[in-house]
Design a binder for this molecule. Sequence first.
Ligand SMILES: Nc1nc2c(ncn2[C@@H]2O[C@H](COP(=O)(O)O)[C@@H](O)[C@H]2O)c(=O)[nH]1
Ligand SMILES: [Mg+2]
Length: 604
Amino acid sequence: MRIPRNPVSVSVSVSFCLSFLSPFLSSSPSPSLTFSSQFLSKSALSPGKRKRFHTSGSSQLHASYPMNESRGTVVGDQSSNFLHLGNIDQGQKPCVWSSPEGGRKIEIGKRIFCNRSLNMKSIVAVGFDMDYTLAQYKPETFESLAYEGTIKKLVNDLGYPRELLDWSFDWKYMVRGLVLDKKRGNILKMDRHKYVKVAYHGFKELSKEEKVGTYGNTLIRDSFDEPDYALIDTLFSLAEAYLFAQLVDYRDNNPGKVPAGADYSWMYKDVRAAVDLCHRDGTLKQMVAKDPKRYINEDTAIVPMLKMLRDSGRATFLVTNSLWDYTNIVMNFLCESRTINGSNPINFDWLQYFDVVITGSAKPGFFHEDNRANLFEVEPESGMLVNTDNGSPMAQMGSSSPTLSLKGPNKMCRVFQGGSVGHLHKLLSIGSSSQVLYVGDHIYGDILRSKKVLGWRTMLVVPELEREVELLWELRDTRKQLRLLRNQRDHIEDKIHRLKWSLKFEDVNVDEKKISSELDELESQREQVRLTHQQSQRECHQKFHKVWGQLMKTGYQNSRFAHQVERFACLYSSQVSNLGLCSPDKYYRPSEDFMPHEFDIIPW
Ligand SMILES: Nc1nc2c(ncn2[C@@H]2O[C@H](COP(=O)(O)O)[C@@H](O)[C@H]2O)c(=O)[nH]1
Ligand SMILES: [Mg+2]
């Protein structure tokens, strides 16, 4: 349990009535690989030698906390999770720490939170994942595309009824961190101990008895992992989770209409296969390529952030599972200075912000040092793949020149496909894994293996966090009152136990009638407090999400997702460009750990 190092001062009035009757809810590499030094990146060799730069324009960071003002909360509305426009001020200019206006207090929703100390001075290379890290997709359009494409495949290729084509997608319904029980057709939210706290069968909530009956056996603890369960651990999975729930409902109500023999697991397998194909056959990527603005949030703070990191002497790299043609389109969209009409011909200027780009990386396998995948160099103009000798240029048949001719100002950045982390370390001249910070969005694909297996430092991008911390701020009085109600319940229970004990074991002369009536009164108080607390806690959670509650919590416990974030991400933040709001030499320090016995005696 952690308490923020610099808690935002909470000037909460604690003058509300402690009586439980008072209404309280305010609205409130392979080591054997050899490389020649000609591939060492300039920035890696000479940290700090780049010219200093300042972003033009007046960046305007908020000097005070805007959360002091009350904002209306919309129950279950998560739109602001995704529709951010990056770190831009009201004049639409990107904010970076190195600009003259930089270095001010950062809004709580844009802060970088630290689980494990990280001194940026010891980082020589900062790497980025692309999809859902640099490129934040708009789920209302992008995930809808995945949803519709998947349904078409289910109907046209896998024999599902045509009426599925009329279904619609509620992109706000599913959240990250959920677990699909493929066999039972259930969707679960768990706490950090893997206790199921919220469970739905399709869209029908399981009663407490059903939940405990199915998942409550504490002797046989389920791991809740593949192959019987599927983790919704990336934003790419929201559409398939929703479609799975719809199909579960559909099958329950129309058993004869789904393909013969299709049980819940089977339907999940079909959905998974169809989604997978949408990612591979162009269903999604061709649409994004035609109109990136429709599907990807613009974030004009990304380029200044990359420039600042490079100016500070860090090498920068991109490692994405997307292939070159698509990567080039997305990165053009994110990095281009746009023309008046917003369109620019595709070019390779964005490569100037990176030392190495690796596409088609097949993470998480990429992070295994014994991965011997071939590394091909990509010829940017043609997209042609050229053999390399573990990254070193090779003479191609019919040509006497061993080098790949890169034209223009970007020849410092080389583009590859495949390979493994060993290749990357050699290309960037990385001496130790702990000198690399990698920023990604996928706990398993980007963060877990890179940190656990390799020892890279990691930052997880959690776009949902911005709204979550803003709401936490708004609901701080309510949460405090909830805690007090909980204490009050404990207090009444202690009194009840004491009276019952005295009735049973103590002086025979006690006034039994009086004690019994006191007991009745206390028991009725306890029930009222319990109900008030339960109802208020539910309402509080529903402010975060009408079905699943707070992303990082289940009741008073951290959610399974939060637990993973805490274990595997050194840093986490709502947007990648938040890195640009802090000094590139910043020493990120975690908050102090607190155990339950310390809570009442925390020195503020
Ligand atoms: N074949 C599949 N590809 C998928 C799936 N879900 C996502 N993706 C693709 O992976 C990359 C992610 O890139 P990164 O930058 O985050 O490493 C992107 O191209 C997605 O389209 C899937 O289920 N199947
Ligand atoms: Mg990604």
